[in-house]
Write a protein of this length. Structure first.
Length: 298
């Protein structure tokens, strides 16, 4: 999956995700579970072929918010300028409070990748602000971008710097985990290093509940250890097989009721259903997930 996500991030240079949110909908008074969100990586193929029709289809299923999959290369939102993509979201009745971005240490064809935290970040932040994005998320580290603990400390410095730029635009920077951040290096977890070595106001976390659980972590314990640091969640389930693979929300082993009960402790503002791989049409899977969420969680 990580290889496929990495390939998707690299191939999406002409089709990048954007966001728009009406400012009145993003006040602190907004109920954390008011919006049932979808991470657009789940329907990546459909978004590349027909973003306008796909957004409408997502809204018809009952989702009210979405999260962008990437913003790289073209520095456009699915091939559209910020205002044009904002218009399409509004027409679909959706908001997009969050969008994913890359770090940008790796090069492509010997050239730095624009629209990343290390290259073209000023424009990325300006475009995000124009489109209404409130959370810019470092989505994934390639293997070359991980390294040892010292490299994670360097990453923390870079996150602080990127977070400062976001703050000036009224945007919150976040970091999205997989499982490798919970693999010990020199007796420490990279995830802990990122939390401790960054300013809690400049960097918050988008906790991927599946990857944290698969890595043997208890999301509730993380919330209690770092209260208020997790405004965004990825909600995806883990099947009860030896592979512990992705499955629809409610079809696996993760106790979402227990986790959602701690939304206040976590500081959760928005959550997004994500299923990196589906057994059939992703639209069938996301329909099953939202049915369970409406029935049991919100």
């Amino acid at each position: 999956m990580l290889t496929s996500r990495r390939a998707f991030l690299k191939s999406a240079s002409l089709l990048s995700a954007g966001a728009v949110v009406a400012p009145s909908l993003l006040t602190a008074a907004a109920a954390p579970k008011s919006y049932i969100g979808l991470q657009l990586y789940t329907v990546r193929d459909a978004m590349q072929k027909d973003p306008v029709g796909t957004l409408a289809r997502i809204a018809k299923l009952g989702y009210t918010s979405v999260e962008g999959a990437t913003y790289t290369g073209s520095q456009k939102f699915y091939g559209m300028e910020p205002a044009a993509f904002a218009k399409q979201l509004k027409q679909a009745g959706l908001i997009m409070p969050s969008s994913h971005y890359r770090l940008g240490e790796e090069q492509e064809k010997g050239q730095p990748v624009q629209g990343t935290m290390l290259h073209g970040w000023d424009k990325a932040v300006d475009d995000a602000a124009q489109a209404g994005v409130k959370y810019m998320v470092c989505a994934y580290l390639s293997e070359a971008e991980r390294g040892n603990l010292d490299h994670y400390k360097l990453l923390a410095d870079r996150l602080n710097k990127a977070g400062e730029r976001c703050k000036k635009a009224g945007i919150q920077l976040c970091y999205h985990n997989h499982d490798f951040e919970f693999m010990a290096l020199e007796g420490q977890l990279p995830f802990d290093v990122l939390l401790s070595a960054t300013d809690k106001d400049l960097l918050k976390m988008e906790l991927d509940l599946y990857w944290a659980t698969k890595a043997g972590q208890d999301p509730v314990a993380l919330f209690k250890k770092h209260p208020g640091r997790f405004p965004l969640w990825h909600v995806k389930d883990m099947d009860n097989t030896p592979k512990h693979d992705f499955t629809e929300v409610g079809s696996g082993v993760i106790d979402f009721k227990r986790i959602f009960a701690q939304a206040g402790t976590a500081g959760m503002k928005y959550f997004f259903v994500e299923q990196d791989q589906t057994p059939g049409s992703p639209f069938d899977s996301i329909q099953k997930s939202i049915a369970h969420i409406k029935r049991t969680l919100v």
